[in-house]
Design a protein around this ligand. Structure first.
Ligand code: FMN
Length: 192
């Protein structure tokens, strides 16, 4: 079994919808499973994130997908506290070689979501993880996925109706499918 985790923060539920879609995409790959791990604000005390059980769950995964809403042009403070809490693992290279990917949602079509994605990408690189973006060229997918055209990962924009656009949800599923498929390719083909 190949183990993934989708670790995310969500204040009003839209990032959570995307997280569930990423996990559903991972599950479409035979032999892949995904744990949904939510960063809870109550685990941040005096600015420090404390949840050793969640961090240990991440240690045993082959890949981790990171998700945060875009707040003030970057990751939410709760997610950043989680990031900082992994520094001891950075020191002992605990996550080197794991696959990584990321997603974010904002309230504006161009609300600086890219900076959030790049923050997640740099975070993964700090850990020596292997970043997977989205290989769906914007405007070329027959079902309209990756409608916002981000190749570094999923960027979404909040909708008035149900919070998350159906195409953003489908793109999140694709991101999950892709990272689990990459892991399978590495195992079966050796080289990519
Ligand atoms: C404090 C705060 C800052 C925000 N900053 C941004 C921003 O910089 N760019 C943007 O597009 N949306 C911004 N938003 C909107 C949220 O990203 C958006 O509502 C998102 O769907 C929230 O995700 P959640 O439902 O998972 O909590 C902000 C919202 C809040 C509460």
């Amino acid at each position: 079994m190949t183990k993934f985790a989708v670790v995310y923060y969500s204040a009003t539920g839209t990032t959570e919808i995307l997280a569930r879609a990423v996990a559903a995409g991972i599950h479409t790959n035979v032999g892949a499973e995904a744990a949904l791990l939510k960063i809870e604000g109550e685990d941040v005390r005096e600015g420090r994130y404390e949840n050793p059980e969640l961090l240990q769950q991440l240690d045993s995964c082959h890949g981790i997908v990171f998700g945060s809403p875009t707040f003030m042009g970057s990751v939410a403070a709760q997610f950043k506290a989680f990031m900082d809490a992994t520094s001891e693992r950075w020191g002992r290279r605990a996550w080197t070689g794991k696959l990584a990917a990321g997603f974010t949602i904002g309230g504006s079509p161009s609300g600086d979501q890219l900076n959030t994605l790049q923050t997640l990408q740099v975070f993964a690189s700090q850990h020596g993880m292997l970043w997977s973006g989205i290989d769906l060229p914007a405007g070329w997918d027959s079902s309209g996925r990756n409608r916002l055209g981000s190749q570094s990962g999923l960027t979404a924009v909040r909708c008035d109706s149900n919070g998350v656009h159906q195409l953003d949800r489908l793109t999140a599923m694709y991101l999950g499918e892709r990272i689990a498929g990459l892991r399978r390719s590495i195992l079966t083909e050796g080289d990519l």
